[in-house]
Ligand binder design. Structure first.
Ligand SMILES: C[S@@+](CC[C@H](N)C(=O)[O-])C[C@H]1O[C@@H](n2cnc3c(N)ncnc32)[C@H](O)[C@@H]1O
Length: 251
Protein backbone atom coordinates (compact mmCIF):
# COMPACT_ATOMS: atom_id res chain seq x y z
CA UNK A 1 0.00 0.00 0.00
CA UNK A 2 1.48 3.39 -0.94
CA UNK A 3 2.21 5.43 2.20
CA UNK A 4 2.76 9.14 2.78
CA UNK A 5 6.40 10.15 2.56
CA UNK A 6 6.81 10.24 6.36
CA UNK A 7 10.50 11.15 5.94
CA UNK A 8 9.49 14.47 4.37
CA UNK A 9 6.31 14.93 6.44
CA UNK A 10 7.76 14.11 9.89
CA UNK A 11 8.68 17.73 10.73
CA UNK A 12 5.12 18.87 9.97
CA UNK A 13 3.29 15.88 11.51
CA UNK A 14 2.66 17.24 15.00
CA UNK A 15 1.37 20.56 13.65
CA UNK A 16 -1.07 19.11 11.12
CA UNK A 17 -2.01 15.70 12.57
CA UNK A 18 -1.75 16.25 16.33
CA UNK A 19 -2.63 19.96 16.28
CA UNK A 20 -3.66 20.92 19.80
CA UNK A 21 -3.13 17.28 20.86
CA UNK A 22 -6.50 17.16 22.67
CA UNK A 23 -7.60 13.92 20.98
CA UNK A 24 -4.26 12.20 21.68
CA UNK A 25 -4.38 13.36 25.30
CA UNK A 26 -7.97 12.13 25.72
CA UNK A 27 -7.03 8.79 24.19
CA UNK A 28 -4.03 8.50 26.51
CA UNK A 29 -6.32 9.09 29.51
CA UNK A 30 -8.68 6.38 28.20
CA UNK A 31 -5.74 3.97 27.66
CA UNK A 32 -4.37 4.73 31.12
CA UNK A 33 -7.74 3.88 32.72
CA UNK A 34 -8.04 0.69 30.66
CA UNK A 35 -4.47 -0.37 31.45
CA UNK A 36 -4.85 0.31 35.18
CA UNK A 37 -7.98 -1.88 35.27
CA UNK A 38 -5.97 -4.67 33.61
CA UNK A 39 -2.81 -4.26 35.74
CA UNK A 40 -0.75 -3.45 32.64
CA UNK A 41 2.89 -2.48 33.27
CA UNK A 42 4.57 -2.92 29.86
CA UNK A 43 3.34 -1.69 26.47
CA UNK A 44 4.54 -2.14 22.88
CA UNK A 45 3.48 0.56 20.39
CA UNK A 46 3.83 -0.86 16.87
CA UNK A 47 3.55 2.42 14.92
CA UNK A 48 4.51 5.11 17.42
CA UNK A 49 5.07 7.89 14.87
CA UNK A 50 6.24 10.98 16.76
CA UNK A 51 5.25 9.41 20.07
CA UNK A 52 1.67 10.63 20.65
CA UNK A 53 0.81 7.55 22.74
CA UNK A 54 4.28 6.17 23.61
CA UNK A 55 5.42 9.39 25.31
CA UNK A 56 2.08 9.97 27.09
CA UNK A 57 1.99 6.41 28.42
CA UNK A 58 5.64 6.55 29.55
CA UNK A 59 4.81 9.77 31.46
CA UNK A 60 2.02 7.84 33.21
CA UNK A 61 4.56 5.26 34.37
CA UNK A 62 4.36 2.46 31.79
CA UNK A 63 7.50 0.83 30.43
CA UNK A 64 7.11 1.36 26.68
CA UNK A 65 8.73 -0.21 23.62
CA UNK A 66 7.97 2.09 20.70
CA UNK A 67 8.53 1.00 17.12
CA UNK A 68 8.04 2.67 13.76
CA UNK A 69 9.10 2.14 10.17
CA UNK A 70 10.16 5.76 9.75
CA UNK A 71 13.50 6.84 11.22
CA UNK A 72 12.48 10.50 10.87
CA UNK A 73 9.26 10.04 12.87
CA UNK A 74 11.24 8.16 15.54
CA UNK A 75 13.81 10.94 15.73
CA UNK A 76 11.09 13.40 16.79
CA UNK A 77 9.56 10.86 19.23
CA UNK A 78 12.99 10.24 20.83
CA UNK A 79 13.45 13.97 21.48
CA UNK A 80 10.06 14.20 23.22
CA UNK A 81 10.80 11.15 25.36
CA UNK A 82 14.06 12.41 26.86
CA UNK A 83 14.33 11.03 30.41
CA UNK A 84 11.32 8.71 30.06
CA UNK A 85 11.32 4.87 30.10
CA UNK A 86 10.83 4.35 26.35
CA UNK A 87 12.87 1.98 24.20
CA UNK A 88 12.69 3.08 20.56
CA UNK A 89 13.16 0.62 17.71
CA UNK A 90 13.08 1.07 13.94
CA UNK A 91 10.87 -1.85 12.93
CA UNK A 92 8.25 -2.90 10.42
CA UNK A 93 5.14 -4.15 12.24
CA UNK A 94 4.67 -6.78 9.51
CA UNK A 95 7.82 -8.62 10.61
CA UNK A 96 8.70 -7.09 14.02
CA UNK A 97 9.85 -9.32 16.92
CA UNK A 98 9.74 -7.10 19.99
CA UNK A 99 9.19 -9.58 22.82
CA UNK A 100 6.14 -10.08 25.04
CA UNK A 101 4.31 -7.23 26.76
CA UNK A 102 1.17 -6.74 28.87
CA UNK A 103 -0.38 -4.56 26.16
CA UNK A 104 0.12 -3.81 22.47
CA UNK A 105 -1.21 -0.77 20.62
CA UNK A 106 -1.42 0.44 17.01
CA UNK A 107 -3.14 3.82 16.88
CA UNK A 108 -4.35 6.57 14.55
CA UNK A 109 -5.15 4.47 11.49
CA UNK A 110 -1.62 3.06 11.21
CA UNK A 111 -3.26 -0.28 10.37
CA UNK A 112 -4.73 1.40 7.29
CA UNK A 113 -1.21 1.41 5.80
CA UNK A 114 -1.36 -2.39 5.60
CA UNK A 115 -3.21 -4.44 2.99
CA UNK A 116 -6.05 -6.67 4.27
CA UNK A 117 -3.74 -9.72 4.14
CA UNK A 118 -0.94 -7.87 5.96
CA UNK A 119 -3.46 -6.69 8.56
CA UNK A 120 -4.69 -10.25 9.19
CA UNK A 121 -1.06 -11.42 9.68
CA UNK A 122 -0.27 -8.40 11.85
CA UNK A 123 -3.15 -9.17 14.24
CA UNK A 124 -1.71 -12.66 14.78
CA UNK A 125 1.75 -11.12 15.33
CA UNK A 126 0.34 -8.53 17.78
CA UNK A 127 -1.36 -11.31 19.76
CA UNK A 128 1.93 -13.24 19.88
CA UNK A 129 3.56 -10.16 21.44
CA UNK A 130 1.20 -10.34 24.44
CA UNK A 131 1.63 -11.98 27.81
CA UNK A 132 -1.31 -14.18 28.95
CA UNK A 133 -4.47 -12.00 29.43
CA UNK A 134 -2.67 -9.21 27.54
CA UNK A 135 -4.65 -6.39 25.89
CA UNK A 136 -4.46 -5.25 22.26
CA UNK A 137 -5.76 -1.82 21.18
CA UNK A 138 -6.06 -0.75 17.54
CA UNK A 139 -8.09 1.85 15.67
CA UNK A 140 -9.15 2.42 12.08
CA UNK A 141 -11.52 4.71 10.17
CA UNK A 142 -14.97 3.10 9.91
CA UNK A 143 -15.78 2.39 6.25
CA UNK A 144 -19.54 2.37 6.92
CA UNK A 145 -19.54 5.83 8.51
CA UNK A 146 -17.17 7.13 5.83
CA UNK A 147 -19.65 5.92 3.18
CA UNK A 148 -22.23 8.24 4.78
CA UNK A 149 -22.18 11.64 6.49
CA UNK A 150 -18.79 11.22 8.24
CA UNK A 151 -16.91 11.62 4.95
CA UNK A 152 -17.84 15.32 4.61
CA UNK A 153 -15.23 16.40 7.17
CA UNK A 154 -12.47 14.37 5.44
CA UNK A 155 -13.22 15.41 1.84
CA UNK A 156 -11.00 18.49 2.04
CA UNK A 157 -8.71 19.59 4.82
CA UNK A 158 -6.74 22.84 4.93
CA UNK A 159 -4.38 23.76 7.74
CA UNK A 160 -1.58 26.24 8.24
CA UNK A 161 1.03 26.83 10.92
CA UNK A 162 4.25 28.71 11.56
CA UNK A 163 6.93 26.00 11.75
CA UNK A 164 10.60 26.88 12.39
CA UNK A 165 9.75 30.45 11.42
CA UNK A 166 8.18 29.44 8.09
CA UNK A 167 4.53 29.74 7.10
CA UNK A 168 3.49 26.20 6.10
CA UNK A 169 0.17 25.31 4.48
CA UNK A 170 -1.13 21.77 4.16
CA UNK A 171 -4.04 20.95 1.87
CA UNK A 172 -5.50 17.47 1.56
CA UNK A 173 -8.17 16.05 -0.73
CA UNK A 174 -9.69 12.64 -0.05
CA UNK A 175 -11.66 10.33 -2.32
CA UNK A 176 -13.48 7.27 -1.03
CA UNK A 177 -12.88 4.25 -3.28
CA UNK A 178 -16.00 2.26 -2.43
CA UNK A 179 -15.15 -0.93 -4.29
CA UNK A 180 -11.73 -1.45 -2.67
CA UNK A 181 -12.88 0.21 0.60
CA UNK A 182 -9.89 2.52 0.49
CA UNK A 183 -9.38 6.19 1.11
CA UNK A 184 -7.28 7.91 -1.57
CA UNK A 185 -5.50 10.98 -0.25
CA UNK A 186 -3.70 13.69 -2.23
CA UNK A 187 -1.80 16.38 -0.37
CA UNK A 188 0.15 19.54 -1.03
CA UNK A 189 2.46 21.00 1.63
CA UNK A 190 3.68 24.49 0.79
CA UNK A 191 6.24 26.41 2.82
CA UNK A 192 6.87 30.09 2.30
CA UNK A 193 10.21 31.55 3.40
CA UNK A 194 9.87 35.33 3.14
CA UNK A 195 9.70 36.46 -0.48
CA UNK A 196 11.45 33.34 -1.83
CA UNK A 197 9.58 31.05 -4.23
CA UNK A 198 7.40 28.70 -2.13
CA UNK A 199 8.62 25.13 -1.71
CA UNK A 200 5.94 22.57 -2.56
CA UNK A 201 5.75 18.89 -1.66
CA UNK A 202 3.05 16.86 -3.39
CA UNK A 203 2.17 13.43 -2.08
CA UNK A 204 -0.53 10.80 -2.48
CA UNK A 205 -1.33 7.57 -0.69
CA UNK A 206 -4.08 5.10 0.04
CA UNK A 207 -5.47 3.70 3.27
CA UNK A 208 -7.41 0.50 3.77
CA UNK A 209 -10.65 0.99 5.72
CA UNK A 210 -12.84 -1.61 7.46
CA UNK A 211 -16.38 -1.85 8.74
CA UNK A 212 -16.88 -3.26 12.22
CA UNK A 213 -17.97 -6.74 11.00
CA UNK A 214 -14.85 -7.14 8.88
CA UNK A 215 -12.59 -5.78 11.63
CA UNK A 216 -14.20 -8.13 14.16
CA UNK A 217 -13.69 -11.16 11.85
CA UNK A 218 -9.99 -10.33 11.37
CA UNK A 219 -9.44 -9.94 15.14
CA UNK A 220 -11.41 -13.11 15.96
CA UNK A 221 -9.47 -15.09 13.31
CA UNK A 222 -6.22 -13.91 14.92
CA UNK A 223 -7.35 -15.65 18.12
CA UNK A 224 -8.46 -12.75 20.33
CA UNK A 225 -11.05 -13.94 22.84
CA UNK A 226 -12.83 -10.80 23.99
CA UNK A 227 -13.31 -8.04 21.43
CA UNK A 228 -15.03 -4.75 22.26
CA UNK A 229 -15.49 -1.71 20.04
CA UNK A 230 -15.51 1.94 21.06
CA UNK A 231 -15.86 5.09 18.97
CA UNK A 232 -13.14 7.80 18.71
CA UNK A 233 -11.24 8.35 22.01
CA UNK A 234 -13.30 5.70 23.79
CA UNK A 235 -16.83 7.04 23.34
CA UNK A 236 -19.78 4.73 22.61
CA UNK A 237 -19.52 2.93 19.25
CA UNK A 238 -22.19 3.05 16.57
CA UNK A 239 -21.42 0.84 13.56
CA UNK A 240 -23.16 3.25 11.14
CA UNK A 241 -22.06 6.65 12.41
CA UNK A 242 -18.85 6.44 14.49
CA UNK A 243 -16.00 7.87 12.37
CA UNK A 244 -13.56 5.31 13.64
CA UNK A 245 -13.45 1.95 15.35
CA UNK A 246 -11.33 1.59 18.49
CA UNK A 247 -10.94 -2.12 19.18
CA UNK A 248 -9.99 -3.39 22.65
CA UNK A 249 -9.16 -7.10 22.60
CA UNK A 250 -7.90 -9.63 25.11
CA UNK A 251 -5.53 -12.52 24.42
C1 LIG B 1 -0.78 8.09 11.15
S1 LIG B 1 0.78 7.71 11.88
C2 LIG B 1 0.32 7.25 13.52
C3 LIG B 1 1.43 7.49 14.51
C4 LIG B 1 1.01 7.55 15.99
N1 LIG B 1 0.48 6.29 16.44
C5 LIG B 1 0.05 8.69 16.26
O1 LIG B 1 -1.03 8.46 16.81
O2 LIG B 1 0.39 9.84 15.95
C6 LIG B 1 1.18 6.23 11.13
C7 LIG B 1 2.58 5.72 11.47
O3 LIG B 1 2.66 4.36 11.04
C8 LIG B 1 3.99 4.13 10.63
N2 LIG B 1 3.99 2.91 9.80
C9 LIG B 1 3.42 2.72 8.61
N3 LIG B 1 3.63 1.46 8.19
C10 LIG B 1 4.34 0.85 9.16
C11 LIG B 1 4.85 -0.46 9.32
N4 LIG B 1 4.68 -1.39 8.38
N5 LIG B 1 5.52 -0.75 10.46
C12 LIG B 1 5.72 0.20 11.42
N6 LIG B 1 5.26 1.45 11.31
C13 LIG B 1 4.57 1.77 10.20
C14 LIG B 1 4.38 5.39 9.88
O4 LIG B 1 5.77 5.52 9.75
C15 LIG B 1 3.72 6.45 10.78
O5 LIG B 1 4.63 6.91 11.75
Amino acid sequence: MKQPDYAAYARFYDYFELAGCEESEELNIFLDELFRMNSIKTVVDFACGTGAQAVGLARSGYKVTAADLSAEMLKIARKKATGLPVKFVTADMRVAELGCHDAAICIFNAIGHLTREECADFFVRARNHLNPQGVFVADILNFKAMSGKAFAQYRRMRREAIIDGLLVQHVRNCTLLKESRQLKIESLTRSQDGKNTPREIRDDWQMQLYDSDEFYTLLKSAGFSEINFFGPVGCEFDSETSDSILAICQK
